[in-house]
Design a protein around this ligand. Sequence first.
Ligand code: NM2
Length: 533
Amino acid sequence: MKSNLIDWQTFIGSLIVLLCVTVPLIFFPEAGAEIINMANSFMTGNFGVLYLILGLVSFAFLLFVAFSKNGQIKLGNKDEEREFGTFSWAAMLFAAGIGSSILYWAMIEWAYYYQGPPFGITPESEEAISWAASYGIFHWGPIAWAIYTLPALPIAYFYYVRKTPVLKISEAVRPVLGKLVDGPLGVIVDVLFIFGLMGGAGTTLALGTPMIAEGIHDLTGIPVTLGLKAAVMLLCTLIFAVSAYSGLRRGIKVLSDINLWLAILLLLFIFIVGPTVFISKTTFTSIGIIADNFFQMATWLEPFGNMVGFTKTGFPESWTVFYWAWWVVYAPFVGLFVARISRGRTIREMILGTMIYGTIGCLLFFGILGNFGLFLQLSGTFDVIGYMDEFDAPATIIAILNQLPLSKVMVGLFTVLAIIFLATTFDSSSFILASVVQKQVRSEPMRWNRLFWAFTLCLLPLVLMFIGGLETLQTASIVAGFPVMFIMLLLAWSFMKASSHDIKQSKNYDSPTIHINRREILEKIRLEKEKKQ
Ligand code: NM2
């Protein structure tokens, strides 16, 4: 074990933060849950507007960069080929950034909106149904993907253009913070990022575990108990720990490929065997509804909810704000990952690729899985809403699948896919966490380090499950995401500062693809400095 490679301050700092949250929750579960819930309402109630501003600003910023000079910069040397073809690039991106939650929410999100629509619309009305089919797609759409892509800009830029192997968020904000990064502030930035990712992972596990357990129950008859859920969590941990341990090429890539093919199989089957025409029409109509109401959806905060004569629905806090926070906590990690696989592309290609392919991928899941359930409800084939009122969301998801032909095979496929989806997000998370707590990463972080973070990611969810606080964890992203919002701003600023500076110094200023030769620029800066002295 080469312990001198580890950045102990960040390593221990993150563990301390994790223990500071976990230990009090073990000893004072009720008070702890109350405090977390209070913190959540406080954040979403008072700062919800900040999350929505961040979403819209990220979206506008990325479009601006994509079509500016900075977007023309190529990530890599002049004649460097793209490291991955567009198809595998998009597949890996999707597998890392999207986990089992897409299966959960694509299946069931519409049912919540159907009963509790936005904008003061009457529940279960025709209008409510149109919004129900559309809002989920919006929450997994271009703004969300813009949040994901923003951190990739500075990270990819430093990695492939300035050629500093940055695998730390703190390094990516160096152009703004300067030498402060080498002090406690740098450690704080990294620890906050790690804490944020743990919050996001907590939300994912808290949703995914009961759904997978329900699938296993349906197939084997084993009752859904705490023991089963704990076993599911440990099984998933084991799978992604093995994958993270095996590394990028053997573990992570293999799982991503399987993930992609299984997902295509599931979606195709439901699309063809299910109500194909209804699914196509409703999905297409939703695209129009979102395009028409894009800014309204992106800014709606129900400002008069608390006033006399108004009924507060809490929709923005429970949904849009919660979602943006959840994307924010995952964003720096996805940024590190996207950066790593984007060599040879221009910044513009990276931005538009993530936003377009990401949105299309999510649209397919929501369009096919969600509208299948909606069809069952509206055609009177199966009362999804009634079932959900009696049981819970995970049980309803499996019940919807049971309406398909070959239902047991489909439930099996869905459950395996959920496990793999979870694993492909968590193996790359462990990989990135391990990289962030190392001073240097040659090609991959050390193995024991990767394994350590794989298990650590599950510690908090496992503990919370035993004290009955899994629900508390579903909103963990909100609190954990608050500081990460400010890191996002620093990241955007850093990218603009560094890349604009380099473009100005660069010779190939007006070619359609800008090649920045870092060596030349450094030489220039050195000469200028010498002149000044
Ligand atoms: N996001 C995409 O659980 C997961 O699917 C991981 C969740 C941020 C909503 C990501």
